[in-house]
Design a protein around this ligand. Sequence first.
Ligand SMILES: *[C@@H]1O[C@H](CO)[C@@H](O)[C@H](O)[C@H]1NC(C)=O
Ligand SMILES: *[C@@H]1O[C@H](CO)[C@@H](O)[C@H](O)[C@H]1NC(C)=O
Ligand SMILES: *[C@@H]1O[C@H](CO)[C@@H](O)[C@H](O)[C@H]1NC(C)=O
Ligand SMILES: *[C@@H]1O[C@H](CO)[C@@H](O)[C@H](O)[C@H]1NC(C)=O
Ligand SMILES: *[C@@H]1O[C@H](CO)[C@@H](O)[C@H](O)[C@H]1NC(C)=O
Length: 354
Amino acid sequence: MNLKILFILFLMALTTIFILVTVLLTRKEKATLCSVEPQASLKERHNNQSLVFAGLSAEEMVHVIRYLQSHLGLPLVDAFHANPSDNCIYSMDLQLPSKDEVLNFLDHGGRWPTRQALVVVYFGNQSDPNITEYVVGPLPVPTYHQDVTVQKYGGKLPYHSRMVLGKEYEQIAKFLLETKLPEAPTFLNQVFGHNGSNFQGLTSAPRGFQSGDRATWVALFQNVPGFFLHPVGMELLVDHSSLNVSCWSVPKVFYNGQYYNGLAELERAFLEKRVHVQKIKTVSSDGGFSSVNPRVPPMGFGPLHFEPCGPRYSVSNNQVVSSFWSFAFRMDVNRGPCIYDIRFQGHRIVYELS
Ligand SMILES: *[C@@H]1O[C@H](CO)[C@@H](O)[C@H](O)[C@H]1NC(C)=O
Ligand SMILES: *[C@@H]1O[C@H](CO)[C@@H](O)[C@H](O)[C@H]1NC(C)=O
Ligand SMILES: *[C@@H]1O[C@H](CO)[C@@H](O)[C@H](O)[C@H]1NC(C)=O
Ligand SMILES: *[C@@H]1O[C@H](CO)[C@@H](O)[C@H](O)[C@H]1NC(C)=O
Ligand SMILES: *[C@@H]1O[C@H](CO)[C@@H](O)[C@H](O)[C@H]1NC(C)=O
């Protein structure tokens, strides 16, 4: 009896030891697997030199706007509300220092290049409107601005070639809906059942054929989800070259393979039964096949990204480092994502990729 109990105790002890050893061994294996790339050693490799490529901070932008508002001597309207006949700031971004200056700083201990902003201003509120580019510096609190337009482009930048602002798109939509579409009430009602809210528009570029043109074709679609797959077969040419919105016009209309000189002419032709009408099928209000709603319920998770030992890279400010690689990054207003000073094992292999 005693021997039996002893034997059982002995067996239990043996099992416990076995389990403990197994657990400890597998734990150790996991630990060595993850200690290959500790975050701490990556963090040590960061420096602040990549800030030479950093985009403007919110505070810097505020300082630049305040500086221009008080030093240009002309009223600036917030671009969100600006009419074509107003002055406004179109864009603001880092003025990247010259490559020589940056390399001298990065590689030879030269001084920090001066931080400056590049600001594009639309001057619509003057008799000869233009687009002007200013270099504003030094940041964070500017004390000077320099007009670099002529030096950069060899002359004046014509105002009609400026990018369309959100406000101008809104004005085009309002102009069509409130001023122009009502010129063809019978046609729009009988052909499309138009009630004021069943069209969506897409615009196209270039906005003309010669310098001075600013006219945009607006293609109409059924106003449903995925509308771009449901054209109604009608397009309107909007001439929005005038800085006075009440002088805009629709010189051409395209319907079913035929051009008309405006909506009033289309309406007249329709009433005289000279328009060949091709009725389109109205899609259901969810867009039918173009709907973005899933047709079947989602079936569980898709593939997931899993980092068992934590990220194998480290990000600080605008700098990314991993065991072999490092680079700086910035989002450029016009060029999109830009990557700078790409190094492999400490050696620079690309200066700028954008
Ligand atoms: C970068 O770091 C150095 C020293 O670590 C510091 O003197 C300098 O002010 C920093 N520069 C910026 C722009 O943060
Ligand atoms: C346009 O400029 C004139 C003269 O500088 C100024 O009085 C007016 O307020 C400006 N208009 C806008 C909308 O900024
Ligand atoms: C554009 O307009 C601005 C503001 O009035 C003016 O300072 C600048 O000289 C003009 N540029 C050209 C090339 O006329
Ligand atoms: C206009 O017609 C569309 C369908 O063609 C409908 O979805 C919408 O509710 C109508 N709007 C009004 C204001 O009647
Ligand atoms: C815009 O044009 C309309 C009609 O031609 C005119 O009555 C109005 O005074 C103009 N507005 C400006 C600011 O020039």
